[in-house]
Design a protein around this ligand. Structure first.
Ligand code: GRF
Length: 219
């Protein structure tokens, strides 16, 4: 079974969905560790409850980004992961770290990338009057929130939506479905990164997969 390390900084709802999918066999992968850069991340508690080793590496303990990245990479490599999953991991990692895990590290971002990289995506959607919103799972490359997309789930924004309702809809209706699915595809070797593109079942993906492509057990 493929080995997965999950990086978190906060509440860990995405982590919980991955733990659940791991426990009931849908993930087809073994979550071998959860690492947080914050000691107060509630996701650590979720990991412990699931019997998964939970580690804290406080970024404030390091003199530079490079020093933190290097320590984080060592900690992660100690678990010999096939897949590194950033699930609400709120630290920007540097080029050396990205290169070390290129092709096996993915992130989830709460917008329809390339629209709205960075923070406060739900507020940006309201301010811009966007009619569509959603979330994207992508390979991590050196460009922040810019790596090739694996799957994107979207929905229509209504006139009643606020940044708060959008945050909940993105999490509940999109993120908690597409992230376990994306990890399951990777665990089965069905998705990979080659020459800067996403490959799926031996072909380059012309466009990211969508909610319609979710397998029944991830809907
Ligand atoms: C998610 O919206 C994710 O897309 C973003 O941070 C949030 C993490 O939430 N990067 P949680 O920690 O999984 O609950």
């Amino acid at each position: 079974m493929k080995r997965v390390v999950v990086l978190i900084s906060g509440g860990g709802r995405n982590l919980q969905a991955l733990l659940d999918a791991g426990a009931d066999g849908r993930l087809g992968a073994h979550i071998v560790a959860v690492v947080s850069n914050r000691a107060d991340a509630y996701g650590l508690e979720r990991a412990r409850r699931a019997g998964v080793p939970a580690q804290v590496l406080p970024h404030a303990d390091f003199p530079s980004r490079e020093a933190f990245d290097a320590a984080l990479a060592e900690l992660i490599e100690g678990y010999r992961p096939d897949i590194v999953v950033m699930a609400g991991f709120m630290r920007v990692v540097g080029a050396a770290f990205v290169r070390r895990f290129l092709g096996r590290m993915i992130n989830i971002h709460p917008s329809l990338l390339p629209r709205h990289p960075g923070l406060k995506t739900h507020q940006k959607v309201v301010e811009a009057g966007d009619r569509e919103h959603g979330a994207t799972v992508h390979f991590v490359t050196e460009e922040l929130d810019g790596g090739p997309a694996i799957i994107q789930g979207q929905f229509s924004v209504t006139a009643q939506d606020t940044p708060e309702t959008l945050a909940e809809r993105v999490m509940q209706d999109v993120e908690l479905k597409i992230y376990p699915q994306a990890v399951a595809w990777m665990a089965r070797g069905r998705i990979g990164l080659r020459d800067g593109r996403v490959w799926s079942d031996g072909r380059p993906l012309a466009a990211p997969r969508g909610l319609d492509d979710l397998e029944t057990e991830f809907r």
